[in-house]
Design a protein around this ligand. Sequence first.
Ligand SMILES: Nc1ncnc2c1ncn2[C@@H]1O[C@H](COP(=O)(O)OS(=O)(=O)O)[C@@H](OP(=O)(O)O)[C@H]1O
Ligand SMILES: Nc1ncnc2c1ncn2[C@@H]1O[C@H](COP(=O)(O)OP(=O)(O)O)[C@@H](O)[C@H]1O
Length: 285
Amino acid sequence: MITLKPANPPIYCSSSGSKSGQFFLVPKIGFMKLPSLSLGLNGGNHARLSLILATEESTVAMTNGRAAAVVSGEYPPQMVTNGKPGNIVWHRSSVGKVHRQELLQQKGCVIWITGLSGSGKSTLACALCQALYSTGKLTYILDGDNVRHGLNRDLTFKAEDRAENIRRIGEVAKLFVDAGIICIVSVISPYQRDRDACRALLPEGDFIEVFLDVPIEICEGRDPKGLYKLARAGKIKGFTGVDDPYEPPLNCELTLPPKGYSCASPSEMAETVISYLEEKGYLQA
Ligand SMILES: Nc1ncnc2c1ncn2[C@@H]1O[C@H](COP(=O)(O)OS(=O)(=O)O)[C@@H](OP(=O)(O)O)[C@H]1O
Ligand SMILES: Nc1ncnc2c1ncn2[C@@H]1O[C@H](COP(=O)(O)OP(=O)(O)O)[C@@H](O)[C@H]1O
């Protein structure tokens, strides 16, 4: 596995029939089996390569229309406009997501826990964080209540502010994924479209939506902050589940607690999530 950081011009390919200087962007992270070939960097040293790591937005050299080599690193600014017109250029580092994941021996992903207030989102997030920490895995929790103390302190609970709250949290979570961290998000996120928009920010599979399917009667019975009581008394307007909507996920990866096991403990539910992560390969680089 080799990652090259070329100078400008980034790379040319000297295997037979190659057309040097032809590039395109790779949309996803992945690995490619490549034929052994000879590459020249900046007209200088040649190296023989057979397997090269492809990273997001990497530059690919082409031979006869086939990807011949993938180079992670800087590339000409005009190639990287993030799909938008203007003068904003993506700045790359020679240390990328794959290197960080290698360091951490895990893959970055988002575990998005959605559910009513009092359904146990924060409790599950903490149980997960603790269980993963004890096995040497790095997580970070983005909890709705906490993020609203800082980054999102300007937002209310109107639908458009909830959407902005979720959008910002989704963007922050994306950064954590790029850092190679398992980002645990615990927010009500009542609207399907807002959750879907966050899912769309990430590569396929990296957004793991966990629905805490706890009936409102149970959440209200718990009412640890007394908010349901205030909402029923009309002292809080637009409270989710009382006089504001909650749209249950249509296609989530996990629904908890498992059917027929409604009294599952937070640590049992955390184990279910961890089994999912293991099965999908997120707990190794
Ligand atoms: N009107 C209204 N509706 C719902 N929740 C309310 C409201 N006002 C305050 N709270 C408290 O805010 C916490 C939810 O914040 P979130 O950022 O997760 O909400 S949202 O995703 O933007 O809908 C939520 O925390 P949790 O109980 O942990 O879910 C409540 O404590
Ligand atoms: N699996 C569970 N079984 C029983 N009680 C729970 C469970 N998960 C959380 N709780 C309790 O329910 C209350 C609400 O949990 P919390 O994690 O704060 O919910 P949320 O973050 O969704 O508002 C807390 O008092 C917590 O101790």
